[in-house]
Design a protein around this ligand. Structure first.
Ligand code: COA
Ligand code: MG
Length: 294
């Protein structure tokens, strides 16, 4: 993963940002500021999380979306309005702007993949998923795989099981799962699909933190989706990330689309609060427990 300081959208219209949640322990002022930059419906949603980690992850995702849309469109923070579609996928409600984005949070990271274009162009949808490469299931890995049987095609299981060690098998499993999620999140269908019909063939075997690979392919209901691209990379050695989008232009180099770290200051650089400071709300958040040790 790279760190370039300021947040930006690349000349190809793509943004790939990662925020390290594990190193963010917000000060009181930061929390007041952050929570005044989310819209009321999302503020209410955040309050319902039991654990503080989940509030942070989702809150940072909201700030990333707002920052991305601000940079892509020039809209002021307090004019940006998000909505969710029938399956819960957030989108920009303001009409007339060509921006698509998606957020994911797991393990240490919250990530955003975004795509911005000229306002009169139909942009492809985008889906992103980040996953920590770990197994904390308690039962033996083979038993867990047995439970997961129905979520992967025969070809996918062959690939996963072709690896020698358990850790390699786990890595292959997580990578495949992450790819599937990126696709599912692109189309926004949630989990109400037969996941065996979404079958990936892995390209380059080893993932990298400095270079994006995009040679894995997807067969949907036995048909190759040849216009789709699945960018894959590592955020760090324990986290893989996949970005899915339909891409009509062959031969475009996407290998530079690595995720860049972003910090809290950059995230709120041009912010304009939408809501008044709410001390009671923040008291409630800081009274929640962390589910992971800080
Ligand atoms: N489509 C795309 N993005 C969605 C979405 C949808 N239907 N619903 C919510 N999102 C966005 C939101 O920004 C959300 O953040 P928020 O909860 O803070 O608002 C974010 O995606 C969550 O993504 P992620 O952190 O990657 O969560 P997830 O991987 O647990 O869930 C779902 C992703 C909800 C879209 C969905 O795919 C799901 O329920 N998955 C369950 C696991 C599964 O069976 N996966 C099958 C693939 S093997
Ligand atoms: Mg996910």
């Amino acid at each position: 993963m790279r760190s370039n300081g300021a947040m930006h959208i690349r000349s190809n219209g793509h943004a790939r940002w990662a925020f390290d949640l594990s190193s963010w322990q917000p000060s009181w002022t930061e929390l007041l500021l952050a929570t005044s930059c989310v819209q009321p419906d999302e503020k209410r949603r955040l309050a319902k999380f039991v654990f503080r980690d989940d509030v942070h992850a989702s809150l940072i995702g909201r700030l990333m979306m707002r920052r991305f849309v601000h940079l892509a469109t020039g809209l002021e923070y307090d004019r940006i309005e998000f909505d969710r579609d029938g399956k819960g996928k957030p989108f920009l409600k303001n009409p007339g702007f060509a921006v698509n984005f998606n957020v994911s949070h797991q393990g240490r990271y919250c990530v955003l993949a975004g795509l911005a274009g000229a306002s009169d162009r139909q942009l492809p949808r985008i889906g992103v998923d980040v996953m920590k490469i770990e197994y904390a299931g308690g039962r033996p890995l083979w038993d867990f795989f047995r439970l997961m049987d129905r979520n992967f095609s025969e070809e996918e299981w062959m690939y996963i099981r072709s690896h020698q060690s358990e850790s390699e098998q786990l890595e292959a499993f997580i990578r495949n799962w992450c790819l599937k999620e990126s696709y599912v999140k692109n189309v926004g269908v949630g989990i109400a699909v037969d996941l065996r019909k979404i079958s990936f063939k892995i390209g380059t075997k080893v993932l990298d933190t400095e270079k994006v690979i995009y040679d894995s392919t997807l067969r949907l209901n036995d048909e190759l989706l040849k216009d789709w691209r699945f960018e894959e990379s590592l955020i760090d050695k324990d986290h893989c990330v996949a970005v899915a989008f339909e891409h009509m232009h062959d031969g475009v180099d996407l290998s530079e689309n690595c995720f860049e770290t972003v910090g809290f200051e950059a995230l709120v650089e041009a912010h304009k609060p939408l809501l008044a400071i709410d001390e009671n709300y923040c008291e409630d958040i800081i009274s929640k427990e962390y589910k992971t040790k800080k």
